[in-house]
Design a protein around this ligand. Structure first.
Ligand code: SAM
Length: 266
């Protein structure tokens, strides 16, 4: 669904609109960037950023022919064929040398984003910023960033059309590992257990800001776990008992965090 951000083109308003989710990602891209948008589909993000003259050059990377053709058409329609190249390739393989300084990867699962980063890690040499929007599995993306010395500089959570999205921004910083360890070890909520683990799951900045949408998202997760717990109660097996104990422990920790978030709301 398009949320109403018009692209200004040649002095008049073009009728292209991008979603609130893509607009929030776009807002993180610094002026003058050379961008690779991986899994670009219709190339809406690079077209928006080039039309706004925020980027000077962009690659719209796609691994599937259909979306690649859609990207080419969108770029041609916007008159941006000289500034945006639609390239076919798997993940970061569309980047050559150090031509790119910002990479966006949005609208995929966290595991896929992680594998794209892992497989193309050597192609990130010139890149100074990653803006990532996993649809699910944010934890695995945070873990990868931490393990590969990318410092998580910011996070945003937003809701659009009844879905909650998280956007993770990471940059290369001197001493990233130490800073990152400090970030994830932070126990501002005075948790009895598992601060590190919950920071990776829920997002250290989102927790720090006690984001109301974070509570909403995890309240829904808690309800799912409660259902699982009730189902496990029906079974007499030793495995079910073990699993019930694990789920119960996780639920108690999450309930404690949600209580802290309630009282910390600012
Ligand atoms: N990034 C856009 C967005 O956020 O609106 C499009 C998201 S769309 C759901 C995911 C796109 O990623 C699809 O067009 C798919 O073909 C592409 N894709 C999936 N795996 C990919 C990979 N390994 N390399 C490049 N593109 C990939």
């Amino acid at each position: 669904m398009q949320a109403g951000f018009f692209v200004k083109k040649g002095g008049c308003l073009d009728n292209m609109m991008i979603s609130k989710r893509l607009k929030t990602i776009a807002d993180y891209v610094p002026p003058g960037s050379r961008l690779a948008d991986i899994g670009s589909d219709h190339a809406l993000l690079p077209v928006f950023l080039l039309t706004r003259q925020i980027c000077t050059f962009a690659i719209a990377g796609e691994v599937v022919d259909g979306p690649l053709q859609a990207a080419k058409q969108q770029i041609a329609r916007a008159g941006l064929s000289k500034q945006i190249e639609a390239r076919k390739g798997d993940g970061l393989a569309v980047i050559a040398g150090e031509e790119i300084d910002v990479v966006t990867i949005a609208g995929m699962g966290g595991s896929l984003i992680r594998s794209i980063l892992e497989n193309g890690n050597h192609l990130l040499r010139g890149v100074r910023m990653l803006v990532l929007q996993p649809n699910v599995g944010e934890e695995t993306v945070r873990q990868w960033l931490h393990e590969h010395d990318w410092y998580l500089t910011d996070e945003t959570i937003l809701e659009e059309d009844g879905r909650i999205y998280e956007i993770l921004v990471a940059e290369r910083l001197d001493g990233a590992r130490t800073e990152s360890e400090r970030l994830y070890a932070g126990n501002r909520l005075a948790l009895n257990a598992g601060a590190n683990e919950w920071n990776f799951r829920m997002g250290p900045w989102l927790l720090w800001r006690a984001e109301p949408l974070l509570s909403k998202k995890w309240q829904a997760e808690l309800q799912k776990w409660q259902t699982v717990y009730r189902q496990l109660e029906q079974s007499q097996s030793a495995e079910a008992a073990l699993r019930r104990a694990e789920v119960g422990q996780q639920m108690r920790e999450l309930e404690e965090i949600l209580r802290c978030l309630q009282t910390d709301k600012r």
